[in-house]
Design a protein around this ligand. Structure first.
Ligand code: TXA
Ligand code: MG
Length: 358
């Protein structure tokens, strides 16, 4: 049985929080909102509860979970060492959508970290998440509340599609603010290594740290396996409809992008496929003359946070469009663009057409 509680995100009913905290304290699973996506919460120090998270998400045991904390005492409890440069990020960015990978303390079980000596820690910037952790009085593991390999949930309907009947409770506060998951950066390496691009851009991280950050290909959504980043071994964000991503080297001339997408779309149409185009607000009108195409808008290129907020929703909704293939525009990798592009590249399963400069 899954109980669903609707609460005000800014002024949550404390009785609901207490009830859900009790469920967590007794080893149950509670889906709760964060500023990024919905998380599937369990007591980080209850190994049986953590194991259940892996089972119901169908998540490989080698893929570590992020430990969510509400105060810095908990940070000291779950880590063995918080280096100086980590404090710069903590002071500027927490609470917020940034996960730091640090050396773990012995108190954190290997189940949580997938056997790695490091733990991912984040202090979420959502009143419900913080109050829930405080009330449960224990750090919570909270992977995105989806079946492994599917797009992360930004509304409770998405959570229900994947996990209804499998969790004890869901706290519903409506659509999450940012819509993509936290930036994950490993601070145990020199220089620090980006594990997952996210709302906190590499430009921002480099500015705060005053050093360059290593950005491996897998953190840009490209295929590459790295032992230190178990996530690079697994598939993510697969929408259930084939996705083709069309990219440019330089996004100053969008005509090249719309021309290539129109050409690819026509080829599919001629073969009898049903086709959707996923476009930006600025380029949408270029496709209006293509007959029989379904058009989906991701958001404006001038407001990438809008694109980020919509990306998982659009991927999840592709199934209901009843098309065989969706062709998606690429975005400039600057700032939030990298986080968006890494999601789209993974969702396309590397089905990428790169339009070369001529
Ligand atoms: O925004 C978020 O981070 C959301 C919300 C719910 O907080 N959570 C989330 O968790 O996205 P999850 O488990 O879906 O993604 C965490 C990613 C995984 O790809 C995992 O491999 C990586 O972070 N990760 C976690 N701990 C790690 C560690 N110790 N070393 C390397 N990668 C780690
Ligand atoms: Mg996830």
């Amino acid at each position: 049985m899954t109980e669903i509680f609707r609460v005000d995100p800014l002024d949550p009913d404390l009785n609901v929080i207490k009830k859900c905290a009790n469920i967590l304290r007794s080893g149950g699973l509670v889906v709760f909102p964060t500023e990024t996506v919905y998380g599937l919460g369990a007591d980080a120090f209850n190994s049986e509860a953590v194991r259940k998270v892996f089972v119901i998400k169908e998540r490989p045991l080698g893929n570590p979970l992020i430990v969510h904390i509400s105060n810095l005492d908990q940070l000291n409890y779950v880590t063995a060492d918080v280096p100086k440069h980590a404090w710069k990020l903590i002071e500027t960015m927490w609470p917020g959508p940034l996960t730091l990978v640090l050396r773990k303390s012995q108190k954190v079980s290997d189940i949580v970290t997938g056997g790695l000596p490091k733990v991912g820690v984040r202090m979420p910037a959502h009143p419900v998440a913080i109050k829930l952790i405080e009330s449960a009085n224990t750090p919570l593991v909270a992977p995105s509340a989806n079946i492994s390999g599917r797009p992360s949930p930004t509304i409770v309907n998405h959570v229900l599609q994947d996990l209804y009947g499998k969790v004890d409770a869901i706290i519903d506060t409506g659509e999450t603010l940012l819509g993509i998951e936290s930036t994950v950066v490993d601070l145990t390496t020199k220089p620090p290594t980006l594990i997952r691009a996210g709302p906190v851009s590499i430009e921002t991280l480099e500015k705060i740290l005053g050093t360059k950050i290593n950005v491996p290909a897998h953190a840009r959504g490209l295929k590459q396996v790295d032992k230190q980043a178990p996530r690079s071994k697994y598939i993510h964000y697969v929408p259930g409809t084939s996705l083709v991503l069309v990219e440019l080297d330089d996004y100053s001339n969008l005509t090249k992008l719309t021309e290539k997408i129109s050409e690819v779309a026509k080829n599919y149409l001629e073969k009898g496929y049903k086709v959707a185009i996923i476009a930006s607000r600025e380029t949408l009108h270029h496709y209006s003359r293509l007959i029989g195409i379904k058009l989906v808008v991701l958001g404006s290129r001038k407001r990438l946070y809008e694109v980020a907020k919509n990306v998982f929703k659009v991927l999840r909704n592709l199934n209901s469009l009843n098309v065989d293939v969706a062709i998606c525009e690429g975005f400039d990798e600057k700032g939030l663009g990298l986080a968006i592009m890494s999601r789209l590249r993974e969702a396309s399963k590397q089905n990428i057409i790169k339009v070369k400069e001529c």
